[in-house]
Design a protein around this ligand. Structure first.
Ligand SMILES: [Zn+2]
Length: 288
């Protein structure tokens, strides 16, 4: 049997409510105080930013002073932005990294205390945070639903119409400790290396003009991100002399260590065969 909780004691009023009846002739001081209270100009309530314009990063920007900035401000894509993108999208060598960069440069207005945002801060964001921001801009501009009239089922081969709820159907991964933006990897010979997570600026440099092969990109990323080997700082490039298995392990750990939307983990149910399967969505496709 549950016991009845004790009644909550009434809060003691130190000042009578102005609506309470009382005789001003008996308490003129109180009457004056009440008039002052009522006529005093009060500051307006603080302006609250519409919640959809503020976005908390799943990782965060660690500035050179070590301060963590997690709340970003974004704006929706306007006609002027669209025209700017259309011009760039004519470029046949345009990479996904560059598309993400183009959109974020025009839609992210602040990151934490950095308001307006600087290109340095934007470029220093982890690629997972940048993906999360891009998704947030997509939601702000077009809403949560992504309608695909001809989604191809990988189980029965039929296509079907589906509405993907981008805010619910895409799992979002947060960094367990946003101040720790590196991963530890144990190599085959037992050596422990620490590797920083890839940032937007590094990714853009890595992709370059699109002429690097995937292994060349990996060499670039490992050499830029490798920080320590068994606790000793890494001073010279070494990715090329590393074994293929170790390279793969590092690249995989760097990938898994990123926060952000898990675009390859989207579960969709086919209404033709009823089968449920995981699909990998392209971030940029969400803007088409
Ligand atoms: Zn199917």
């Amino acid at each position: 049997m549950s016991s009845i909780p004790p009644p909550i004691p009434a809060r003691v009023r130190e000042v009578p409510s102005p609506y309470q009846e009382f005789d001003p002739t008996k308490d003129p001081d109180m009457a004056n105080q009440m008039v002052r209270d009522l006529t005093e100009t009060k500051p307006p309530p603080p302006m609250v930013e519409p919640p959809s314009n503020a976005y908390v990063l799943p990782g965060g920007y660690l500035d050179p002073e070590g301060q963590l900035h997690r709340e970003a401000k974004i704006k929706e894509i306007t006609g002027a932005d669209e025209e700017a993108f259309a011009r760039e999208w004519k470029n046949p060598n345009l990479s996904v990294a560059r598309v993400v960069d183009l959109i974020l440069r025009r839609t992210v207005t602040a990151i934490g205390m950095i308001d307006p945002v600087t290109p340095e801060a934007l470029g220093s964001l982890l690629i997972g945070d940048r993906a999360a921001l891009l998704l947030a801009v997509r939601l702000l501009t077009f809403g949560t639903d992504w309608e695909v009239p001809d989604f191809p089922c990988r189980l029965c081969g039929e296509t079907f119409g589906v509405v993907i709820e981008l805010d619910k159907d895409i799992p979002m991964k947060e960094l367990p400790d946003p101040r720790r933006q590196e991963v530890e990897v144990k190599l085959r010979n037992g050596t422990i290396v620490t590797v920083g997570l890839l940032t937007g600026a590094l990714q853009l440099q890595m992709v370059g003009d699109g002429n690097r092969t995937a292994p060349e990109e990996q060499t670039y990323a490992i050499d830029r991100c490798l920080r320590t080997i068994d606790g000793q700082a890494v001073r010279s490039p070494m990715a090329q002399s590393m074994g293929m298995a170790d390279r793969r392990k590092i690249v995989q750990a760097m990938d898994e260590g990123q926060p952000g939307p898990q675009m390859e983990e989207v579960v969709v149910t086919c209404d033709k065969c009823g089968g449920e399967a995981k699909y990998a969505l392209g971030l940029v496709d969400l803007f088409r």
